[in-house]
Design a protein around this ligand. Structure first.
Ligand code: GLA
Length: 351
């Protein structure tokens, strides 16, 4: 029998919803994600062998893997990858038995995978008495996605779920990793509504957008599309697709900078307008929306939201709706009545 240590260590991470700043986090720009009340809790028992044994409330059968296994596109991949990273950081010397309790729907674009990896790394930090801070764990969690799972994501999700607490938003400069926590003003809610269409970052469309941004980066000789000048991009002799991707990034970055100021000033009408402009840019310049999602966003706007937009990587998942607290229930009821596939997931508010 392989030896299993009896000590158990806990780790937790919330899900996140991005309020504004999409596809800016690998283009040198700002993002503004907020932590959700739903999230993931793990209990981890280190093992002296290389086995990874995982149970989850979302799956009937346990997963039994080995630290040496490659990613195979299964739900336990983030666990294997996170434990490999924990070994590389010196927090563990072998595999682990892990039990996952999740209140998050998968495939919603709410960062269930980032939350799982960060929760495991936090538990491993406890187990190994590590001195890494939360930013270092977030950077390690991104390595798991990029290098082990083959997901070419940016740093937003890992930073948000490692550092933000429910009810607050994180204004993050993804170039410097400087961040501040901003509270939502009282009297407003950010509703997260699932479109009913699921998505996976591994399905290729996220990677395709990243490749198109890379083409624009090569043309302009910069890593930071978000910091380019609008006139310079509009006047460039560049193909239509990379040009529109760059235009989305640089305008989305500026909208996000303005949105952070609006949030801090409690100017939520302006914040909502910026969300609406962000959705139009994701739809028309970044081509990451779907007709059903455009219809859901348009309904929320018609029903009295201050602003509404697709959130996350795109091509499905959730929208986020900014609404005054007193209109929240009525808007949600009418929105779900109009769109039978949609469902309420969570809300972020100061109240
Ligand atoms: C996904 C990625 C993030 C970010 C968003 C789009 O959530 O994991 O890094 O790029 O898409 O803003």
């Amino acid at each position: 029998m392989p030896e299993t240590f009896t000590a158990t260590y806990l780790g937790h991470a919330p899900g996140r919803v991005n309020l504004i700043g999409e596809h800016t986090d690998y283009n040198g720009g700002m993002v503004l994600p907020a932590a959700l009340s739903i999230g993931i809790e793990v209990s981890l028992s280190p093992r002296s062998d290389s086995m990874v044994a995982v149970t989850s409330n979302n799956y009937d059968a346990p997963a039994v893997r080995d630290l040496a296994d490659d990613a195979v596109g299964e739900w336990s991949d983030p666990c294997v990858g996170a434990l490999r990273e924990a070994n590389a950081l010196g927090l563990l010397q072998g595999g682990a038995s892990i039990d996952i309790r999740s209140t998050m729907p998968e495939g919603s674009g709410l960062s269930s995978s980032a939350a799982l990896i960060v929760a495991i790394l936090k538990a491993a930090r406890e187990a190994g008495g590590g001195t890494q801070n939360d930013v270092e764990l977030a950077v390690a969690a991104r390595r798991v996605e990029n290098h082990y799972m083959g997901v070419p994501c940016g740093i937003m999700d890992q930073m948000a779920v490692a550092l933000a607490t429910p009810g607050t938003a994180m204004a993050l400069d993804t170039k410097s990793l400087d961040w501040t926590i901003a509270s939502l003003p009282a009297g407003y809610a950010m509703l997260v509504v699932h479109s009913g269409l699921t998505r996976k970052l591994t399905d290729g469309r996220y990677g395709a957008r990243k490749a198109e941004c890379d083409a624009a980066k090569r043309y302009f000789g910069t890593e930071d599309l978000c910091l380019l000048d609008r006139a310079q991009v509009e006047g460039a002799d560049l193909d239509d697709i990379p040009k529109r991707r760059a235009l989305h990034c640089l305008t989305e970055h500026r909208r996000t900078v303005e949105a952070v100021d609006a949030l801090e000033a409690g100017a939520m009408a302006r914040f909502g307008e910026l969300m609406n402009e962000s959705h139009a840019s994701m739809r028309d310049l970044f081509d990451m929306s779907l007709p059903e999602i455009d219809a859901l966003v348009a309904s929320a706007q018609e029903l009295g939201a201050l602003g509404a937009r697709l959130t996350g990587g795109g091509f499905g998942g959730c929208i986020v709706v900014c609404v005054q607290a007193e209109r929240r229930e009525a808007l949600l009821e009418q929105l779900l009545a109009r769109h039978s596939g949609a469902r309420f997931v969570d809300a972020v508010s100061a109240d």
